[in-house]
Write a protein that binds this ligand. Structure first.
Ligand code: DAH
Length: 344
């Protein structure tokens, strides 16, 4: 096809688009009249195009002519449709006045995510005991996440906390414990802080594991602190969170940054300690790791390890929320399922 003919087709197409766009804005008789003059009138672009047909080489003239005829038919149909609509609107009369006294549509009010709610509950307990809230970065370095916490390089205790390693020394933190280091490097004892935050581990997804999860860390450093203080505080915490009569149990465990170290369990909230499916028949549910701060950790932050004593603990917020609310699959927290979320 010759360029002249192509030109005609392109202009016809542009004209059709412009006419449609202008038609959408026609809402009264004078607008309709103006539209007609512009697109179908004697001086319309369509007429100009038709007059120029003579310069299109003869072979292409029928095709170009047909395109212009089609366009004219389409514009006339549009005109008629606009006229019919204006007419119908005039018949229907003015819209009834809006009744501004009718009640409005209720706004959908959001709620806090159950993870956030559970964290606020945990925080309320510890802040009443004088714990401040500290935060740290989700992208950490080896020093804060591991070595300052007394994980020697190549030590097998690192294997339980595999994560995404980034360029250089950077990694996604595997726990909130590195913030213990950050706080102690900045503040002199005595101190007490809790640390909420997101953590990451190279865990396969199942009903109780997710590669991204949340923890609350606790750290208290002072002069005369003992394991009894830690145990008493966590016993009161367990009753606060899970109700009066909730019992706790410490069993020995290993963490490089505490000595001695323990796992904290509560009496099973489902069976009251009798033994059931969720507690694996033991009557106990593990909710946190805890222990007395290892002197090496104090040395790594420049504290006098002869003078200062401390305790620390760390718990998974998802785990606690699941036990509190009877949620059986951790994935529910992250799916943005409205039916799930609106129950909280
Ligand atoms: N950081 C440990 C973990 O993620 C949990 C933990 C255990 C934190 C003992 C502590 C602690 O502060 O004392 O597995």
């Amino acid at each position: 096809m010759t360029t002249e003919a192509q030109e005609v087709l392109q202009q016809a197409e542009a004209l059709r688009a412009a006419a449609d766009k202008a038609a959408a804005g026609v809402d009264d008789a004078s607008g309709l009249q103006a539209w007609r003059v512009e697109f179908l009138g004697r001086k319309s672009a369509l007429n100009a195009l038709s007059k120029g047909l003579g310069s299109v080489p003869e072979a292409d003239r029928p095709a170009a002519g047909k395109a212009l005829n089609d366009l004219r038919a389409k514009l006339e149909a549009t005109y008629q449709e606009l006229e019919r609509r204006l007419h119908a609107a005039a018949e229907a009369g003015p819209a009834p006045p809006r009744d501004v006294t009718l009640p409005g549509a209720p706004a959908a009010v959001g709620t806090l995510h159950p993870i956030t709610q559970t964290y606020y509950e945990i925080a309320a307990f510890f802040t009443q005991l004088g714990f401040a809230v500290a935060h740290g970065p989700e992208v950490e370095d080896d020093f804060h996440n591991f070595s300052a916490l007394n994980f020697p390089p190549e030590h097998p205790s690192r294997d339980t906390q595999d994560t995404l390693y980034l360029a250089g020394d950077w990694l996604l933190r595997t726990h909130t414990s590195p913030v213990q280091i950050r706080v102690m490097l900045e503040q002199e004892p005595p101190l007490r802080v809790i640390v909420p935050g997101r953590c990451a581990r190279a865990d396969a997804v199942d009903a109780s594991h997710y590669p991204v999860f949340h923890q609350v860390e606790g750290l208290l450093v002072d002069e005369a602190v003992s394991l009894a203080d830690l145990k008493g505080t966590l016993a009161a915490f367990a009753e606060y969170l899970f109700g009066a009569g909730t019992k706790i149990r410490f069993i020995p465990d290993y963490f490089p940054f505490t000595e001695p170290s323990a796992d904290l369990s509560i009496s099973c909230v489902m069976c009251g300690g009798e033994g059931c499916g969720p507690c694996g028949g033991t009557g106990w549910l593990e909710i946190a790791g805890a222990g007395m701060v290892h002197p090496n950790v104090f040395r790594n932050v420049g504290y006098d390890a002869e003078k200062w004593v401390g305790y620390a603990f760390g718990m998974g917020i998802e785990r606690i929320a699941m036990l509190k609310y009877g949620i059986d699959d951790i994935r529910l927290f992250y799916e943005n399922n409205f039916d799930f979320l609106k129950q909280f």
